[in-house]
Design a protein around this ligand. Structure first.
Ligand code: GDP
Ligand code: MG
Length: 164
């Protein structure tokens, strides 16, 4: 069956925006399947003759910081377990946070291939230097992207399919 690619990261980094962008444009949608649980959504997508199933995580909107953190970890854990490749999404505007480090530690333990994507790099020149701090996560080269613009998604997907 197809490789599974999960988008993982703390709330508000832009996971759903990226998911919708990849499922809706640039890539042919083969099939959309509503998630079996409320907090996961699947789409079958294609990039350069590679088909894969993309998973969005984090659909629940928790209302306290404690719940946010525990939900994030639970959802991330399930997604990481399921995934063949993980897109770890962080936010250049927010910068590196404790929650990013928490997710990074989970990813290291999983030994799954990780593509570290730094979202909200809406201006590749202006925001470029702010991308470097994410090297501190120890998960390789951070790939600058903007899910909103969109920018850098092709470079990111090239890295993803290298792991298939
Ligand atoms: P999630 O919680 O990780 O799923 O994040 P969302 O996709 O819901 O996005 C959180 C917020 O970030 C929303 O207000 C988005 O419009 C915004 N956002 C997402 N991607 C980008 C981006 O590339 N640039 C900017 N400036 N904002 C973005
Ligand atoms: Mg979301």
């Amino acid at each position: 069956s197809k490789p599974i690619v999960a988008i993982v990261g703390r709330p508000n980094v832009g996971k759903s925006t990226l998911f919708n962008r990849l499922a809706g444009e640039r890539i042919a949608i083969v099939e959309d399947t509503p998630g079996v649980t409320r907090d996961r959504i699947y789409a079958d997508v294609e990039w350069l003759n590679h088909s894969f199933t993309l998973i969005d995580t984090g659909g629940i909107e928790p209302n306290s910081d404690d719940i946010i953190l525990s939900q994030m970890k639970k959802q991330a854990e399930i997604a990481i377990e399921t995934a063949d490749v993980v897109i770890f999404l962080v936010d250049v505007k927010q910068g590196l946070t404790d929650s990013d480090h928490e997710v990074a530690n989970m990813l290291r333990k999983s030994h799954k291939p990780v593509v570290l994507a730094v979202n909200k790099v809406d201006n590749m020149i202006k925001d470029n230097l702010d991308v470097y701090e994410f090297y501190n996560l120890g998960l390789g080269d951070p790939i600058p992207i903007s899910a909103a613009q969109p920018l850098g998604l092709g470079d990111m997907l090239d890295k993803v399919i290298e792991h298939f």
